[in-house]
Ligand binder design. Structure first.
Ligand code: C2O
Ligand code: CU
Length: 534
């Protein structure tokens, strides 16, 4: 086993290959005052001194927390169905990594998968070279190899980790990353993490076969399951992914949804993939996880949507939710009956528990199926597995209805630079992209958006497709409008335009992409590069 250290990695030519020279086209428009781009702009690489300086400024004084990340293949019981899949440490979700803000996480990835992998720490503003994007911030980690992640976490919140390789996320490879804030008031008796997922692996189709089916469309079904990665592998470096074993053929009904999943909440088309199961904390609804408490106690629930192609509408029967955090950052507490959670998004809520057995139902939005967990504060019969509490149809928390808590607000400032990302493509040709182009890391071209340290950056996602896209920016948490909630992943509905403001305070090369895994598999599709340049 080899444990490449950062220096070897960076000397390997990876950075040079991924970064190249600054291309001519960078699709951002600068405010006139700052438009004079100095000649000879250079990319700030993951190994840049600016990255080290930003890390030093995180002032980690809380010590180091060791964590193991052990992806491997094996069988997992989903509460009845036992599936052959890939998971972290044999459990789904993977082990929760829990630290306090100001601590350093030292996580050893030991890859026991039959494919190369990486770990991305979704939502956490960490040093660029630990961001887990193969071919851009690190080399892929080969089967049986190890990789040492080490980074400070300065911001508390609910985050999660997953591979940034192939379509591995749609196996069982995801886990919560919780960063506690000792200064937070708390005021709850219980804290539960609730991870939502859509599930197909091990039931007939692997995620690679799902992707192949989507690309072939309905007509090509059953021809061949394995399709080569759309991106050229970089010289000397195999791209991760995990093609299905040679000879393996998908079985069972086609997983391709052709426009039959509809949701007015999502503005139309609600998904590309038909899943046999939906899970809360690794369980199907007939074998739900149960949390126990006493009536009148308060609980904090951290919701994470780790699904690949499913937004969930979530409610707790008989209860109102108080939304306290969006994507890790505090909001002015707001009441709601239900939440709509896109892939990659997180919400924290508090609830005051009633007396009884209550269904926590996650409705697969537009797909007419549910996942379930139970909260029990008294003896009694549980509700039926398919229960849909009335609160699902009640008042929904919405972005415009939420305000960042005062300490979490982004200071008012005119953007120095505006990057316009038009979301393009569609289901029929499966050509999801940005500005009419599918991302290719080796030739980012106009999909490399140049920004400079210290700038206020506005990223505009303009959805020109007939489907919603949960758009994610790595390494930063943007604001949705003045005093709006802080987010790192935002649902953009068809025809909608969403402005995301951020401070360019975390130098490096960062991906921004749709968190529908099949719209941006590997490092392709609906994806672009936010590129710090000097
Ligand atoms: Cu969870 Cu690049 O994302
Ligand atoms: Cu998408």
């Amino acid at each position: 086993m080899s444990v490449p250290d950062r220096r070897t990695v960076l000397r390997s030519g990876l950075a040079a290959a991924a970064l190249g020279a600054v291309g001519a086209a960078a699709g951002c428009t600068a405010r006139p005052a700052s438009s004079a781009a100095p000649a000879g702009r250079r990319l700030i690489g993951p190994d840049g001194p600016q990255v080290a300086a930003a890390e030093a400024a995180r002032h980690a004084a809380g010590g180091t927390v060791l964590a193991g990340v052990a992806p491997g293949a094996g069988h997992v019981d989903l509460g009845g169905p036992v599936v052959a899949t890939w998971s972290y440490g044999g459990q789904i979700p993977g082990p929760e990594i829990r630290v306090r803000k100001g601590q350093v996480i030292q996580a050893l990835l030991a890859n026991r998968l039959p494919a190369a992998t990486t770990v991305h720490w979704h939502g956490a503003a960490i040093r660029n070279d630990m961001d887990g994007v193969p071919g851009m911030t690190q080399p892929p980690v080969a089967p049986d190899a190890q990789y040492a992640y080490r980074f400070a976490v300065a911001q508390a919140g609910t985050y999660w980790y997953h591979p940034h390789a192939g379509v591995q996320l749609d196996r069982g490879l995801y886990g919560p990353l919780i960063v506690e804030d000792p200064d937070e008031p708390g005021g709850y008796d219980h804290e539960w993490t609730v991870v939502l997922d859509d599930w197909i692996d091990g039931t007939g189709y692997t995620p690679d076969q799902v992707l192949a089916a989507l690309r072939q469309g309905m007509t090509g079904m059953g021809r061949t399951a394995a399709s080569p990665s759309p991106m050229a592998s970089m010289s000397g470096m195999p791209m991760p992914g995990g093609s299905p074993a040679p000879g393996s053929r998908p079985a069972g009904p086609s997983p391709v949804l052709s426009g039959t999943a509809r949701s007015s909440l999502l503005g139309g088309d609600a998904g590309d993939v038909r899943y046999p199961y939906y899970l809360i904390n690794g369980r199907i609804r007939t074998a739900p996880r149960t949390a126990t408490a006493r009536p009148g106690q308060r609980a904090r629930i951290r919701f994470i949507n780790a699904a690949a192609d499913t937004a969930f509408r979530v409610a707790l029967g008989g209860h109102q939710l108080t939304v306290t955090h969006t994507d890790g950052y505090p909001v002015t507490p707001a009441r709601a009956d239900a939440l709509l959670i896109g892939m990659g998004e997180r919400y924290d809520v508090t609830v005051t528990l009633g007396d009884g057995v209550f269904p926590l139902t996650a409705l697969a939005e537009g797909k007419n199926a549910t996942a379930l967990a139970l909260i029990r504060t008294a003896a009694g019969e549980p509700p039926p597995a398919g229960v849909r509490p009335a609160e699902l149809g009640g008042r929904l928390a919405s972005y415009p209805g939420l305000r960042a808590a005062p300490q979490a607000r982004l200071a008012a400032r005119t953007p120095d630079v505006t990057c316009r990302l038009r979301l393009t493509g569609g289901m029929s040709r499966y050509d999801w992209g940005i500005n009419g182009q599918a991302f290719d890391m080796t030739r980012p071209g106009a999909l490399r958006f140049g920004i400079r340290p210290g700038q206020r950056v506005r990223v505009i996602f303009a959805n020109a497709t007939t489907m919603y896209h949960p758009m994610h920016i790595h390494g930063h948490t943007f604001a949705l409008g003045p005093a709006g909630p802080r987010k790192d992943t935002v649902i953009v509905r068809p025809g909608q335009q969403v402005a995301c403001d951020l401070d360019a305070d975390n130098p490096g090369q960062w991906m921004t992409h749709c968190h529908n895994l099949y719209h941006a598999p590997e490092n392709s599709g609906m994806m672009a590069q936010l590129s710090y340049q000097t």
